[in-house]
Write a protein that binds this ligand. Structure first.
Ligand code: AMP
Length: 172
């Protein structure tokens, strides 16, 4: 875990004062780091018979297709409103201030698909919870959630009670 942690760049006060931003571009540019992330997720989830890997806009898109390829599964993007061209299913969720919304194509998940959710960071868990809700509304089964980084001090895992949550790097 520590080797991967060394590849994460911490940027204080980005994008606004008080936020410590965990930058995964320094991990992505490392051939060793990228391979280790892909291999470790693959080891964790290879026995789940994953049909689809869902990645959330935008940094989930950087990891989910690689994991999908390794698991011989398909990739499905969960996007902000107005980005997907065909019929969508939406889920609106609360932020600390205001609301946010995620969408997937209505035909992206087949009933009974085994679905893995992948994102770069789990912070409060709201994005991941919304994505799980979208998948289940489409009849899919969430068989796991994988995050490169878990911000343990924000307790996002508690919002995902009952789901199988894996993170590769943890900050407490
Ligand atoms: P949340 O819904 O609070 O779990 O937030 C998760 C989403 O916000 C992920 O898609 C991350 O890309 C992004 N995010 C939240 N906090 C951070 C942070 N401190 N550093 C980098 N990305 C973050």
């Amino acid at each position: 875990m520590n080797e991967l942690k060394e590849l994460i760049r911490e940027v204080p006060d980005f994008p606004e004062p008080g936020i410590n931003f965990y930058d995964i571009t320094t991990l992505l540019k490392s051939a060793r780091g990228l391979r280790e992330v892909a291999d470790r997720f693959c080891w964790c989830f290879m026995d789940r018979k994953v049909d689809k890997v869902v990645g959330m806009e935008s940094r989930g898109f950087l990891f989910a297709p690689i994991i999908a390829y390794d698991l011989n599964a398909g990739f499905v993007p969960a996007r902000k409103p107005g980005k997907l061209p065909a019929q969508t299913v939406s889920y609106e969720y609360d932020l600390e201030y205001g609301t946010d919304c995620l969408q997937i194509h209505a035909d992206a998940i087949e009933p009974d698909d085994n679905v893995l959710i992948v994102d770069d960071v789990i912070a409060t868990g709201g994005t991941a919870q919304a994505t799980a809700e979208l998948i289940e509304r489409c009849g899919g089964r969430v068989v796991g959630l994988g995050f490169v980084i878990e911000l343990g001090f924000l307790n996002g895992r508690e919002r995902l009670d009952g789901y199988d949550v894996t993170s590769l790097i943890r900050y407490d």
